[in-house]
Structures are given as structure tokens and as C-alpha cells.
Design a protein around this ligand. Structure first.
Ligand code: SF4
Ligand code: SF4
Length: 79
């Protein structure tokens, strides 16, 4: 996956996400349209959030801090 600004890469574990239908907090807090809604259903039977524009991510971690399921994370570039 492409890295974002500052060499950081946001990821979402779709199986941990409780679904954008009942949550969507990560989409709400991201100002750069990095995140979107997956077309397919997860194992939980919901449409999870997914990363759609990774190159726009600043690594601000707002989405990480707001996710109640700990389904979002940031990987920094290896030194
Ligand atoms: S780290 Fe910031 S810019 Fe990147 S997806 Fe999360 S809220 Fe958006
Ligand atoms: S904040 Fe977490 S649980 Fe809510 S939609 Fe985003 S990834 Fe899923």
C-alpha cells in the first residue's frame, strides 16, 4: 500500500471494525478523505471502513484515537 505524508501508513483491520453503518467515527474525523466504506461485508456482517486514499494521510492519528474497536493503526516507515 502507498505511504502517506511523513512516511506513515494508516491501516484498518476490517474484521475488528464494528461497521460504518453504526459508527463511522474514523471517517468523520479525517479531513483528508483518506478513509471510505468497503463494498463487501466483513465477517461481522457489516461494511467496515477501509483506506481508499493512503497517499493523503498525514499520520495525525485522529482516526486511531477515535476508533472504539482499536481497529485503526499507523505504521511508520522503517528507518
Ligand atoms: S491519520 Fe489522520 S489523515 Fe490519516 S487517515 Fe487518520 S485521520 Fe486521516
Ligand atoms: S471508528 Fe473504528 S469501528 Fe468505527 S467505523 Fe472506523 S474503523 Fe470501524
Amino acid at each position: 500500500m502507498a505511504r502517506g505524508k511523513n512516511g506513515k501508513t494508516v491501516w484498518i483491520d476490517g474484521d475488528l471494525c464494528k461497521g460504518t453503518e453504526g459508527c463511522g467515527l474514523c471517517l468523520d474525523v479525517c479531513r483528508f478523505d483518506v478513509l471510505g466504506v468497503a463494498e463487501s461485508l466483513s465477517a461481522r456482517g457489516v461494511h467496515p471502513a477501509e483506506v481508499i486514499n493512503p497517499e493523503r494521510c498525514t499520520g495525525c492519528e485522529l482516526c486511531v484515537l477515535h476508533c472504539p474497536e482499536l481497529a485503526v493503526g499507523i505504521d511508520k516507515e522503517a528507518p
